[in-house]
Write a protein that binds this ligand. Sequence first.
Ligand code: NDP
Ligand code: HSE
Length: 440
Amino acid sequence: MSNTLPRGAAPIRVALLGCGTVGTEVVRLIEEQSKDLTARIGAPLEIVGIAVRRPDKHPDIKASLLTTDAQSLVDGDADIVVEVIGGIDPVKGLLVDALRSGKSVVSANKALLAEEGGLLHAAAAESGADLYYEAAVAGAIPILRPLRESMVGDRITRVLGIVNGTTNYILSRMDETGSSFSEALAEATDLGYAEADPTADVDGFDAAAKAAILAALAFHTPVTTDDVYREGISAVTSGDFASARDMGCTIKLLSICERVSDPDNPSEDAVSARVYPAMIPRTHPLASVGDAFNAVFVEAEAAGPLMFYGKGAGGDPTASAVLGDLVAVARNKVATTTGGGVSTYAALPIRPMGKTPTRYHVSLDVSDKAGVLAAVATEFARNDVSISTVRQEGRGDEATLVLVTHTAADEALAATVEQLHASEYVRAVVSVMRVEGKDS
Ligand code: NDP
Ligand code: HSE
């Protein structure tokens, strides 16, 4: 086999939009690995321009490449646009213009892909351009192309992921050290995991955007951020972790995407996509994913269970995923072809959270006297929620009832908890947490 390049292969012209944490590493990798990348692609990569907000903040970049006018790069003669700015506007318009003009696009932008993936894919299909965004979910971990390409012949039933590193760091610290949410958040901020405004991470918005992207690819159906039920981790307490420990569980912020039956039409399928903190058995592969790492567990009918694990954020790991996409679309340019698009033919309905079967772990501060357990059990029965286990901890004024339910519709469990709040037998509902997994 020859290892020489086609002589005089025309460079593949790359416009880079954004040069921050991720973009800086993209530029470094393109420059440092230029010979290898040329050999792998069959043509050299040439960066023709880099759009930033503040050119004076980029002394290491050749000044002639820098511009504040991202639109001029999109309208220029680049073959590929790599977008690492983030957010919806002005990026949405820039990428639609790039795709409609036939430029292939590589993006790391989960917010945009989760909200406007349909629009972008339609623009790509219109002109026959590639649209790849591996870095948008779980940073360095190859998960989108496995869903989109390697597993496209299988029937995926479930994708369960820890896809936000900041919250995984916080929950891991709470578990390991017994610290409170705010102490663990302060540590995550000091270490640079959490941003000054941590809302997108701790309230689950980031994980919900990633869940939408995963669900759309796994189930060949349009799913946007608005379709994803979301709860964050700021209400998780050290008491919840103590309860989890007693159950042989830890607590993780899970992004759960499932192919389920449609509650309105049980012979048809629907999609459930949801993000919330949940107790997960310590024996589950995701329970041991610590620190700021990410992992995605996929279940498919023929393949069975698969696990993907690695770094979900940071300049280098994210740039690795961007470069993988860049090489793929550059190879397609050399071969004058495009990679596969994505299919949304299934057009499955979204199952509302209330109709989704879940299990709850409930701790109640109660009076330690005859009839209390029966009264509490009656509230569960009233909503047709079956109790799996119940135990009492402490005596007298210190009595706590800990109940774990069988699976029931989430709305039935939520209604039960609301009635327990109002019950004269319950002094306080101490903790309510969903438990991941099927009935034992
Ligand atoms: P940064 O904030 O570090 O960088 C953003 C870059 O975009 C900066 O260079 C900024 O310019 C530039 N920029 C902002 N607005 C404009 C504009 N209107 N026109 C031109 N340039 C603009 O972001 P990150 O590198 O952290 O993230 C980039 C993308 O990667 C986001 O979509 C993010 O969600 C995604 N991502 C990031 C990960 C991470 O670990 N950081 C992990 C996975 C995905 P200037 O430098 O002059 O301010
Ligand atoms: N803020 C994200 C996280 C990284 O904490 O995982 C970018 O996706």
